[in-house]
Design a binder for this molecule. Structure first.
Ligand code: NAD
Length: 493
């Protein structure tokens, strides 16, 4: 596999430009430690140029008929398919996940492009004749103007695509700020979108970190902010963006629970939960991180998940046969290992211990092995902390009510699942579990592109979620027109 070091540029007003601020961050391959690229630490001046380019393109873009706007997305979808393997490999190289996982995320991203191609129908308003005698009322959806999207490291291709297609299909112009740790996939995606002939300024990309985000939050021309990342940053962005009068949607961190009921089918249940906990090295906002075993499930599940976790092949995600890649960085590896240590100090037993994992030939890689922490005290601070690594904690509950109470106490509400063969237990869980995404015999309860990517409590701030109809609602405002056209005011016809 060739790994070429390149300089990441910003995309502003249809041109690829070096950042004004200059300094850069190294983008590393977390499996090998190799430097893949240098990403610019763009700041206020770069953001100002990008927002001005977007603002300058807005009036013309919003006047392009929706049915013509989506022609760019149809071409974009074809280019993404044509370059599918190339983008998937970039995701694996910069993020570390396996190629199969990278392909999976790109597929889910492309589905959002497909859904946004329906904008001529999806963006329609509604109307009623004769709300009073001779008076009609109509509701149109109109784009907001310049919107900004700030994304995390864990899905370098998919998460930008949760927003980009809808924002521009609705007639907005856009400034994207990817994670400074994984700028390569979005750079390639932006190059492909540019190839469709999309007018200059409709999509802009500024690379950077906090300085770039702050400039977006404070720029008066930015009408709306979409954010995905950790909960502390989500809270900060929500507060500062809202205080500046912007429309804000912030998807935050997670601590997802799965209930393993005594009547769950052991083999499939274990397989699916292992995939959820250790897939993408646990760095999925929908990864299961706590398994609550109910009643007699405790014994068999502990044994089977221990076996499944111990058997996973860890290595470079680009290599054949590897089932779990590295975590994003050495800093992340150290943080995860210290949380495992803390769990053990708080009384848990490391039934499988991934600390100090070594992969032959990849000494500079950021590897943590699959870990099972049995017996984390339900109320401990570790039970509440998002580990964001390949660590599954086991907690025991006597019955479904006690298990639901454990989920309810948690401050996050991204996703939860139940494994059972009882319809009654599944129905009770679906109805009562306080999370925005719920799985029944599903390990990663990820909504399809035409459903909202929900999330509750500390996992989401805002009203409208990403994807589907929520995205269209978020990226448009409603204009209500009330019309009277008396016959006697018109020339005779
Ligand atoms: P992060 O919060 O560190 O970074 C997210 C974005 O915010 C990046 O673009 C980053 O450059 C920027 N940023 C970071 N610190 C900032 C600061 N102090 N001020 C302003 N901007 C800042 O998140 P991450 O580590 O890249 O991603 C992992 C997190 O994202 C996890 O908590 C995970 O659960 C969450 N996540 C949530 C969802 C969801 O749908 N709820 C999806 C994916 C990831």
């Amino acid at each position: 596999m060739s790994e070429m070091k390149k300089e990441v540029l910003n995309y502003i007003g249809g041109e690829w430009r070096a950042p004004v601020s200059g300094a850069g961050l190294e983008v590393l391959n977390p499996a090998t430690g190799a430097v893949l690229a240098v990403s610019p630490e763009g700041g206020a001046a770069d953001v100002k140029a990008a927002v001005e380019a977007a603002a300058g393109a807005f009036e013309e873009w919003r006047a392009v008929p929706p049915v013509e706007r989506v022609q760019y997305l149809f071409r974009f979808k074809h280019l993404l398919e044509e370059h599918f393997e190339e983008i998937a490999l970039l995701v694996t190289q910069e993020n570390g996940k396996t190629l199969a996982e990278a392909r999976g995320e790109l597929r889910r991203g492309i589905e959002n492009v497909e859904v946004a191609c329906g904008i001529p129908t999806l963006m329609q308003g509604y109307n009623l004749e004769d709300v009073a005698r001779g008076i009609d009322e109509l509701m149109f959806r109109q784009p907001l103007g310049v919107v900004a999207v700030i994304t995390p490291f864990n899905f370098p291709a998919m998460i930008p695509l949760w927003f980009l297609p809808y924002a521009i299909a609705c007639g907005n112009t856009l400034v994207m700020k990817p994670s400074d740790r994984v700028p390569l996939a979005l750079t390639r995606i932006a190059e492909l979108l540019a190839e469709t002939g999309l007018p200059a300024g409709v999509l802009n990309v500024v690379n950077g970190g906090k300085a770039a985000v702050d400039a977006l939050l404070d720029h008066p021309a930015v009408q709306a902010i979409s954010f995905v990342g950790s909960t502390p940053v989500a809270r900060y962005i929500y507060a500062r963006g809202s205080a500046n009068g912007k429309r804000v949607q912030c998807q935050g961190g997670a601590k997802n629970h799965v209930l393993v009921m005594p009547d769950a089918e052991p083999e499939t249940t274990t397989q699916i939960i292992a995939d959820s906990a250790y897939g993408c090295a646990g760095q999925r906002c929908l990864a299961v991180s706590v398994a609550v075993t109910v009643g007699e499930a405790r014994g068999w599940f502990r044994e089977s998940i221990t076996k499944a976790a111990s058997g996973l092949k860890v290595g470079d995600g680009a290599a054949a046969g590897v089932q779990m890649g590295p975590v994003i960085s050495q800093a992340s590896r150290q943080r995860i290992e210290s949380l495992i240590t803390k769990g053990v100090e708080q009384g848990a037993q490391a039934a499988v211990d991934g600390r100090g994992a070594v992969v032959a030939g990849l000494g500079a890689g950021s590897f943590v092995g699959p870990t099972v922490l049995d017996g984390i005290p339900a109320g401990s601070d570790l039970a509440e902390t998002e580990i964001f690594g390949p660590v599954l904690s086991l907690i025991h509950a006597a019955d479904i009510d006690e298990a639901l109470a454990i989920i309810s106490k948690n401050s996050f509400g991204n996703a939860s699942s139940i494994f059972t063969s009882s319809g009654a237990a599944a129905r009770k869980f679906r109805n009562q579990s306080p999370t925005g995404n719920v799985g029944v015999n599903i390990g990663v309860a990820a909504p399809m592109a035409y459903f909202p990517f929900s999330g509750w409590k500390g996992s989401f701030l805002g009203v409208m979620h990403a994807q589907g109809r929520d995205a269209i609602e978020f990226y448009t405002d409603k204009k209500v027109v009330i019309e009277r056209w008396p016959r006697e005011w018109s020339r005779k016809f």
